[in-house]
Design a protein around this ligand. Sequence first.
Ligand code: FE
Length: 205
Amino acid sequence: MQMASKVVKPQHVLPELEYSMGALEPFMSRETLEYHYGKHHRGYVNKLNSLIAGTVFEDARLEDIIRKSPGTILNNAGQVWNHSFFWRCIGPNGGGGPAGELGNTIKRSFGSVDAFRQHFKKVATEKFGSGWTWLIKTRDEQLAVRNTDDADNPLRSGDAPLLACDVWEHAYYIDYRNDRAKYLDAFWNIVNWKFVEENLAWRRQ
Ligand code: FE
């Protein structure tokens, strides 16, 4: 009797972008998207799938891999999650400011939306080396701006990510060279506040 061969399918896939590669211009170029999404993000997905094959993480949810895996697996799982989230934090109809409950909460927490932007930019530009800058909702329901190193992710400390900005050099070097502050200034023009507002309702899993 012939055994049915196991269908090997990649556990994690590169998500479709909800916009075209040139849609974020002039704030983020087509070339940046082609490299950042098309090569860096794709590379993390492929590497993660090859690393987890045959391990206890093979069938695990991405969030569980991030919370429980060590070293290289964690680095690639974190980067897969972080980038998938980042692409949804920005978009061609972005810009403006936060509305509704998020707008009010940001004003209460930081004084004003402008003060929040300035604080976020300061934290992001002061981040040494590669990583991410986040607006998070902490375990005690407070808003805060935090950096994480490399591929790390707020889920690992039990915080809820609301907004992410990739501050690895690969995110801005093509468009802004070494000027991370200029990249941050441009970032606000493409932030998809609708998505960030939805994340306020995040339920811990
Ligand atoms: Fe990146």
